[in-house]
Design a protein around this ligand. Structure first.
Ligand SMILES: Cc1cc2nc3c(=O)[nH]c(=O)nc-3n(C[C@H](O)[C@H](O)[C@H](O)COP(=O)(O)OP(=O)(O)OC[C@H]3O[C@@H](n4cnc5c(N)ncnc54)[C@H](O)[C@@H]3O)c2cc1C
Length: 424
């Protein structure tokens, strides 16, 4: 059987893309998910705070996922669980997806398009190279979250968390609610990498200290963690001699960043943007290899799942347009990250494919107040995004009206941080 669309991953991105592609008329869609259930990482996120933008409600992760799972089931979109995708092959109009599961064994599935939605994984202790032994009791925050919320295991009693990304902050509160003592959250940067609301609700409300400009320099303990050495760092992130503090603990949780899961993407020779570590995509999340689309955390790490859903609708639309032969391929614009911007998605835009205004997602490099982010073509500022503060932890959503983009024939759109007074 030749599928219209195979979706790699049944997390929020895969589900939203499937639903949209179906609504746009695509048939023979198949979702492949390696886990035992649909919903992706949301299944372990039992706290609330999801869906404020999409549904104007406070939902837990599983509740948010359920809304999309129900739609997939109502539309009878087929999915295979416990099925791992191993490889993608591009043969022009046909793609081959290599996948495996216990019932069907090794499968070669043929499809006209594929949407990549494999999400991301956490950086581990190995990736950041903390000195010390390799005792038990060191977990990534997401692994601890899965153990506690899904598998029913408590991972420790006295905890130090390295990194103040959102998962670390949420786990500081979760461990406390489960009876553990969280002694400190250490963050090497002078600012937190988590959302302000999570610092207030997960640390401040529980009197958990956040040590900015601090890092763990040694993990002590041979069989089980016994403690950590923590030091203050200077502006070059180097530990400052004499600031050493020993904190006894039995558990270290790491919340030190996420990496888009793109081994399959790289093997298929789909172009990757080194700034995002995800595939280069256009306005409808088409990759640079025709027939492959990508959305969600596999493209860039999102702060809120609502934006994942928003982006995945575009990929579903794009795949359906491609199947109808309506997807235009000539991009008018390339996006460029100017001063203060670390990445911009999409990386290129074909205005003819736009049905509505286009949102560009980006992150700033530093903490900024009294600035704006400007979109510039040539010497002209075509749009401005204002905010009281721009933080690296908070993705910037920058909408530009379709009619504004239509005024310019082609070129580069540079996004940059400017002082507030920069005139149009
Ligand atoms: C611990 C944690 C806490 C979070 N808390 C919040 C929050 O409070 N509020 C909020 O809005 N957002 C939160 N998020 C973010 C939100 O969960 C993500 O933005 C969202 O889940 C990303 O969706 P996704 O579909 O791109 O990726 P994922 O949810 O990761 O889904 C990817 C899916 O692909 C599957 N997969 C990967 N590779 C393969 C393969 N080779 N074969 C088959 N299947 C594969 C995976 O099993 C997974 O199900 C949190 C994220 C994490 C990690």
């Amino acid at each position: 059987m030749l599928y219209d669309i195979i979706i790699l991953g049944g997390g929020p991105a895969g589900l939203a893309a499937a639903v949209e592609a179906y609504d746009e008329g695509a048939q023979n869609i198949l979702i492949l998910e390696r886990d035992l259930e649909l919903g992706g990482i949301l299944n372990q996120c039992i706290h609330n705070g999801f869906g404020l933008h999409t549904f104007k409600e406070q939902l837990t992760g599983p509740e948010y996922a359920e809304r999309y799972i129900n739609q997939v089931k109502e539309k009878n979109i087929p999915y295979m669980l416990d099925t791992m995708v191993l490889e993608l092959e591009d043969h022009g109009d046909t793609k081959i997806v290599h996948a495996i599961n216990q019932e069907q064994g090794y499968m070669l599935l043929e499809t006209k398009t594929a949407i990549l939605t494999m999400g991301c994984r956490e950086r581990t202790a190995g990736a950041i190279g903390i000195p010390g032994y390799r005792p038990s009791g060191v977990f990534t925050a997401g692994t601890a979250q899965r153990y506690i919320n899904m598998e029913g295991y408590m991972v420790g009693k006295e905890v130090v968390i390295l990194g103040s990304g959102d998962i670390g902050l949420i786990m500081a509160r979760r461990m406390t609610l489960e009876g553990a003592k969280v002694k400190a959250v250490c963050e090497i940067m002078p600012y937190s990498n988590g959302l302000v609301r999570n610092i207030v609700q997960c640390l401040d409300d529980y009197d958990i200290p956040l040590k900015l400009s601090h890092t763990i320099t040694f993990i002590d303990g041979k069989n089980r963690v016994e403690g950590v050495k923590v030091m203050q760092v200077d502006e070059h992130l180097k530990p400052i001699p004499g600031t050493e503090e020993y904190i006894p603990c039995d558990t270290v949780l790491l919340s030190v960043g996420l990496i888009p899961e793109n081994e399959i993407t790289r093997d298929a020779d789909i172009a990757i943007d080194p700034r995002t570590n995800g595939p280069i995509v256009g306005e409808l999340r088409q990759t640079d290899t025709p027939g492959f689309f990508a959305c969600g955390n596999v493209v860039h790490v999102h702060d809120l799942v609502d934006y994942v859903s928003e982006e995945s609708v575009l990929a579903g639309k794009g795949a359906a347009k491609y199947l109808r032969g309506e997807l235009k391929t000539d991009a008018n614009f390339e996006t460029v990250n100017g001063e203060g911007i670390s990445y911009v998605v999409p990386q290129h835009v074909c205005v003819d494919n736009l049905e509505q205004d286009l949102t560009f997602y980006m992150r700033v490099r530093n903490v900024y107040s009294d600035v704006v982010v400007n979109a510039v073509i040539g010497d002209e500022i075509i749009a401005t995004k204002k905010s009281r503060k721009f933080l690296p932890a908070e993705m910037v959503n920058f909408k530009i009206k379709k009619e504004v983009l239509e005024k310019y024939p082609d070129g580069k759109i540079t996004f940059r941080v400017d002082p507030k007074e920069a005139k149009k």
